[in-house]
Design a protein around this ligand. Structure first.
Ligand code: GDP
Ligand code: IMO
Ligand code: MG
Length: 428
């Protein structure tokens, strides 16, 4: 009998607080495994007064006795990766003991990063707002069957294959009016590859299935968010991987029947970084207030995040695609001090009332339809139990649970590990 793996993933446009919650629930697991994305992710963890931002390494890394796996669905930039390892080693974390890397994970080359930048520069105003980490070009090479994988670095002909792919990229770059110099990046990249070689590179699909067979508890950690999914996000303003639950199957080698709980994480409001549709965006003082209180600036790029009210149709959609079984609400403390809170329950498009985002949302601006709820003034950051929460917040929570039809099991009231309230699941 196999045990089932749980998945934790973002239900909005990323930065929901995945890193924090993975860290909080890791003590219940034996293995934490990232299944997609790469250094476009920035997962923040805070404890003992220190803040850590992880990009490629799973957020269970701070817990001894837990194995952290970088799955085949992830793309790794050896340069960023080496910096991450150094940061952790400097903090006394024995990364070598706790980290495993799939042979089948793809490598981000310096030229992938340059192609990303060249493509974005050419798009001008129509740019995706990519993190410029080379994500799109690397996944293109993966699906185009040109990519280099972690397992390849152990082969004698690796350098020749690297050269051949770089030459292909140089040809592609000659179509752009874009200046670049890769010599320094290349030296750093090769040093990163050497570091990778010294780590535990494995056939991770066997590892993870054997673990489930041996009754180990596995948590699959998503990156980005469901609305940035390559298939179900607001295409083309998306990332290049499947961020939804199905991505955990392909990104780790887990059969669908081996999935247990799907923990869907969302902010008590919405944010988005980069371009693309955002129906409930607030381009006014209220949005600015959320940005300042919530410190809504990107963990990877430092860019200001766009802010807006909670969007129920978008959340319902994400829950449907992912088969979410439990909800986790983040950054609740940020909403303290707003006299009135709005929640979007529907959209209006012409005369039509919609409860989902239309296919052509880029061209047709939908008008969000809101309900209003009374806000609260109380500082929540020291609350640790449900009975310390104001009744207006409890009403906000109940409204969301009723609309979505799924219970919220954690409420986060601050960035620190301890600023988390458990709300027991009530059986129906
Ligand atoms: P991730 O990409 O989903 O892991 O999220 P990020 O780390 O990019 O962004 C979430 C940000 O919110 C980080 O700066 C966290 O430290 C912070 N954060 C997480 N939970 C809370 C919370 O409940 N309240 C507040 N105020 N900040 C939080
Ligand atoms: P985490 O895991 C928020 C956004 C970018 C851009 C689009 C495509 O920290 O939640 P890409 O570099 O992937 O080609 O960019 O996706 N994006 C994120 N936004 N959080 C992230 O990750 C993101 N990763 C990518 O801003 O709009
Ligand atoms: Mg982030």
């Amino acid at each position: 009998m196999y045990t089932k793996a749980d998945i934790l993933l973002g239900l909005q446009w990323g930065d929901e607080g995945k890193g924090k919650i993975v860290d909080v629930i890791t003590p219940s697991y034996d293995i934490v495994a990232r299944f997609q994305g790469g250094p476009n992710a920035g997962h923040t963890l805070e404890f003992d007064g220190i803040k850590h931002v992880l990009h490629t390494i799973p957020s269970g890394i701070f817990h001894p006795h837990v194995q952290n796996l970088i799955g085949n669905g992830v793309v790794i930039d050896p340069i960023v990766f080496a910096k991450e390892i150094k940061g952790l080693t400097d903090r006394g974390i024995d990364v070598r003991e706790r980290l495993l890397i799939s042979k089948k994970a793809h490598l981000i080359l310096p030229t992938h990063r340059i192609l990303d930048a060249a493509s974005e520069a050419e798009k001008g105003k129509a740019k995706i707002g990519s993190t410029l980490k080379g994500i799109g070009p690397t996944y293109m090479d993966k699906t185009g069957r040109n990519g280099l994988r972690v397992g390849d670095i152990l082969e004698p002909e690796f350098e020749a294959r690297y050269e051949s792919l770089v030459n292909k990229h140089k040809k592609m770059l000659s179509n752009y009016d874009f200046q670049y110099d890769i010599s320094e990046l290349e030296t750093e990249w090769m040093a990163g590859v050497n570091l990778l070689k010294s780590l535990r590179i494995i056939d991770s699909e066997h590892y993870i299935n054997d673990a489930l067979k041996n009754q180990k508890k596995v948590l699959a950690e998503g990156a980005q968010g469901s609305l940035l999914d390559i298939d179900f996000g607001s295409y083309p303003f998306v990332t290049s991987s499947n961020t939804v639950a199905a991505g955990a199957c392909t990104g780790l080698g887990l059969a669908p029947g081996r999935i247990g709980e799907v923990l869907g994480i969302f902010k008590a409001y919405c944010t988005r970084v980069g371009s693309g549709p955002f129906p409930t965006e607030l381009e006014d003082e209220t949005g600015e207030k959320m940005r300042q209180i919530g410190r809504e600036f990107g963990s990877t790029t430092g860019r200001p995040r766009r802010c807006g009210w909670l969007d129920i149709p978008a959340l319902k959609y994400a829950c449907m695609i992912n088969g979410v079984t439990e909800l986790i609400m983040m950054k609740t403390d940020v909403l303290s001090g707003f006299e009135t809170l709005k929640i979007c329950t529907h959209y209006k498009l012409g005369d039509q009332i919609l409860d989902y985002m239309p296919y052509d949302i880029q061209d047709n601006k939908v008008i969000p339809q809101y309900i209003e709820m009374k806000g609260w003034n109380q500082d929540l950051t020291s609350a640790r139990t449900l009975d310390e929460l104001p009744e207006e917040l409890l009403a906000y929570i109940s409204f969301i649970e009723k609309e979505i039809g799924i219970q919220i099991t954690y409420i986060s009231v601050g960035p620190d590990r301890t600023q988390t309230i458990l709300k027991e699941k009530v059986s129906a």
